[in-house]
Design a protein around this ligand. Structure first.
Ligand code: TXA
Ligand code: MG
Length: 362
């Protein structure tokens, strides 16, 4: 891939409703996958960069197109429950219960893999990550391509996951065969990942299927200890979580504390940084937006609507990149539900730079 000349990337709108046009596009996309090519496609979380999960060469092409290390396993996307048994050597009962509750949807589960799943797809691991997305366009594409699509998020390594086809085009045009444009991603953050191979299922990446939702089905759920530390030496069980991806080009700091103190602190820092020649961006909320002064101030939405904040986060980070922002201050979005996923991504984007004003006041 990318030996010199860029690939001619076909870009098609993928309508929600069935039509002759849509069927033709899906058929063409399926043919690309069957001959070992790559197709970016919409899902309810973020866009995926898909290849044939059973073709080792396709998985290698995915790593090359993303510029991603090949020890980072891919998620295999399926479009019906029966396909799970083609991938997993053993499906525990509690996994079937989770599937019943949350599939199709933004949940990925890890299983011991069957031999036929190539290690190129699983980053050398003996386990496989499986997800059954709810996006109807994604499901139609997966079926047209034979039912098993290996896909990471469709961003270049180091950039935020793409939440609209526009961002996929930015990162992937010239590098892959086809992009299916399904509009904006409804959710905007990647799926929850749960390891079903340990005795107590363990959250490896928080997401829309929250801890309490998982617990309502399973009872006890563990958490990968590496998620709860900012120790750079910690080894997360999802290899991808160790990379500082979701990273904006600007230096990002999260500021936590009482609202008044946060606004005052960020404005003070922003003024100092701008005077020093930095271009400053601020991630605010609807309530605070107008109280900030900086080069680019953007609201992630109403603080009480976590879904909106999750939906906005990656597009805001990309907007700062486009504007050439060199310093970013973000309010904190800590919370027990979706807040856990939002803060997980934001902390990674910030390289864990968190300023807690309540500690500084004491
Ligand atoms: O919502 C999503 O999950 C999106 C859409 C496209 O489905 N996909 C996505 O893929 O976020 P990616 O590659 O960006 O993130 C996959 C994560 C990585 O952190 C990877 O290390 C982890 O899943 N993972 C995959 N297979 C694994 C396995 N067998 N064991 C542990 N972690 C695994
Ligand atoms: Mg990713």
């Amino acid at each position: 891939m990318n030996r010199g000349l860029p690939i001619d990337t076909k870009i098609y709108k993928l309508d929600q409703e069935d039509s002759a046009d849509r069927r033709r596009i899906l058929e063409e996309a399926g043919a690309v996958i069957r001959r070992g090519g790559l197709v970016a496609f919409p899902t309810e979380t973020v866009y995926g960069l898909g290849g044939d999960a059973f073709n080792p060469a396709s998985s290698e092409k995915i790593y090359a197109a993303k510029g991603r290390p090949s020890d980072n396993p891919l998620i295999v996307h399926i479009a019906d429950m029966a396909s799970l048994d083609e991938l997993a050597a053993h499906v525990p009962d509690n996994a079937r219960r989770l599937a019943e509750a949350f599939w199709p949807g933004p949940l990925t589960m890890i299983f011991e893999k069957k031999d036929r799943v190539p290690t190129e797809t699983t980053g050398g691991l003996s386990t496989v990550a499986v997800r059954f997305p709810s996006h109807t366009g994604a499901a139609a594409f997966i079926r047209a391509a034979g039912g098993f699509i290996a896909a990471p998020s469709a961003n270049l390594s180091g950039r935020p996951s793409p939440t609209s086809a526009r961002f996929v085009i930015e990162d992937m045009a010239g590098r892959i065969d086809m992009i299916l444009d399904g509009g904006d991603s409804v959710l905007g953050l990647e799926s929850t990942i749960v390891d079903m191979t340990s005795e107590t299922p363990m959250i490896l990446r928080p997401g829309f299927v929250t801890r309490s939702m998982l617990e309502s089905v399973l009872g006890e759920v563990g958490t990968d200890p590496a998620l709860e530390t900012d120790d750079p030496e910690a080894h997360p069980k999802a290899p991808g979580m160790k990379y500082r991806h979701y990273a904006p080009k600007g230096d990002l700091r999260i500021v936590e504390g009482a609202e008044e103190a946060v606004v005052a602190y960020i404005n003070e820092q922003a003024a100092l940084q701008m005077a020093a020649g930095e271009k400053v961006g601020i991630i605010a909320t609807d309530d605070t937006l107008r109280r900030y002064k900086a080069d680019v101030c953007l609201s992630a939405g109403n603080r009480t609507e976590e879904g909106t904040i999750a939906h906005m986060l990656y597009r805001i980070l990309r907007e700062f990149d486009d504007a050439g922002v060199t310093r970013i201050y973000a309010e904190s979005f800590a919370g027990a539900g979706l807040g856990e996923a939002i803060m997980n991504r934001l902390l990674k984007a910030a390289g864990h730079q968190l300023i807690d004003l309540s500690l500084q006041e004491k």
